[in-house]
Design a protein around this ligand. Structure first.
Ligand code: GZL
Ligand code: ZN
Length: 344
């Protein structure tokens, strides 16, 4: 039994029974974490959440690897973790395809792999033990339904010309959010998709793509569908540099921006109405991952998929909830207090 002594402020020592280590379990677990990169605020918050949950002094020894947005670096990291004979591998896979052999090698070495955030598309689902993350297509559907309801409430029935700044192509977040917009465009005859380009989930690419779209379509653009906040930051810069204005009054030339992640800066832009709608994607699942590891250590069976709860924020009160696939989702009116409470 591992007993942890915590020196308390007043100098005496209190003896805290570690709640998670039971008879016959390893006292220290080495966890290899292969992270996508550091492309966005969301990503940094995800890394912080995992590293603090598996922090020093706990029973975990975390080996962190930043793949700088390259899948081959993630595969190298997985092989390095296998050589180091870690107890678990945590993988946030940059794109869905190309993991079968690396995961097969981990399984042949008896190392369980927990996938988080984005997903892996593998033939044999037993190549990973569990996944935790978001329902990205639902995020996209909730955003598109909000847009449809917003125009409905405004009594706006004219054409809506949309440009689409996609995330990293092949990433689960991009696949789901894009599928939702493409389906909504098919279902709403007045919606026209002028252009789709990847902004790689970064501010720099988001700005470059928006500049290009403004050059080609100018004030025909009514709405920019950004697949994360960093792309939206870049789009806002480009729109303002072109002398145009983000907002919702599209009949008078404003450009609506909808975005995903609900980072602190993204919510600041949403609070002042620059971003019309922000759909949350929670990165704070570090503690959930430690629970999954602890549960596996106790020999418990895990659900294959665990979805995290997420919200939507806007200062435009026309739409207070959206219905998707028969289920109602509330839209939280954004205030300074909500930002202080929810933002990461
Ligand atoms: C979503 C995550 C995406 C974020 C982006 O879960 O994979 O990657 O939406 C991040 O900000 O780059
Ligand atoms: Zn109508």
């Amino acid at each position: 039994m591992l007993t942890v002594f915590l020196a308390s402020g007043c100098g005496d020592r209190i003896d805290v029974e570690s709640p998670t280590v039971q008879e016959g379990q390893k006292e220290t677990l080495t966890i290899g974490f292969s992270q996508v990169g550091s492309e966005s605020d969301w990503r940094m918050a995800s890394t912080t959440s995992v590293r603090s949950a598996f922090s020093e002094g706990s029973r975990y020894n975390l080996i962190y690897d930043d793949a700088q947005q390259k899948q081959e670096n993630q595969i190298k990291a997985i092989r390095k973790f296998i050589d180091q004979d870690v107890d678990y591998i945590l993988l946030d896979p940059i794109t869905e395809s190309g993991w079968d052999s690396a995961l097969q090698e981990a399984r042949d070495s008896g190392i369980p792999v927990i996938v988080c955030d984005r997903r892996v598309a593998v033939e044999d689902k037993d190549l990973y033990t569990a996944w935790i993350g978001s329902d990205f297509e639902l995020e996209g559907k909730r955003a598109c339904e909000w847009i449809r309801r917003f125009f409905e409430e405004k009594g706006y029935h004219e054409a809506v010309n949309i440009v689409h700044i996609q995330g990293t192509l092949g990433a689960t977040a991009q696949i789901g959010r894009s599928a939702a917009l493409e389906e909504a465009v098919r279902n709403n005859p007045k919606w026209r998709l002028l252009d789709q380009q990847t902004g790689e989930f970064t501010q720099a690419r988001g700005r470059e793509v928006m500049e290009d779209m403004l050059k080609r379509f100018g004030d025909r653009i009514n709405l920019v569908f950004c697949e994360n906040d960093n792309e939206a930051y870049g789009a806002i810069e480009a729109i303002r540099a072109a002398g145009m204005r983000p907002g919702t009054d599209i009949e008078n030339g404003e450009i609506m921006i909808v975005s995903f992640d609900s980072t602190r800066k993204g919510l600041e832009y949403t609070l002042d109405g620059t971003i019309a709608l922000n759909t949350e994607c929670s990165p704070l699942y570090g503690p959930r991952l430690t629970e999954l590891v602890d549960s596996l250590e106790r020999g418990e069976k895990l659900p294959k998929d665990t979805f995290v709860e997420e919200g939507q924020f806007s200062t435009y009160s026309e739409v207070d909830s959206v219905q998707v696939d028969g289920k109602e989702y509330e839209v939280t009116p954004l205030t300074r207090e909500v930002i202080d409470e929810r933002a990461y």
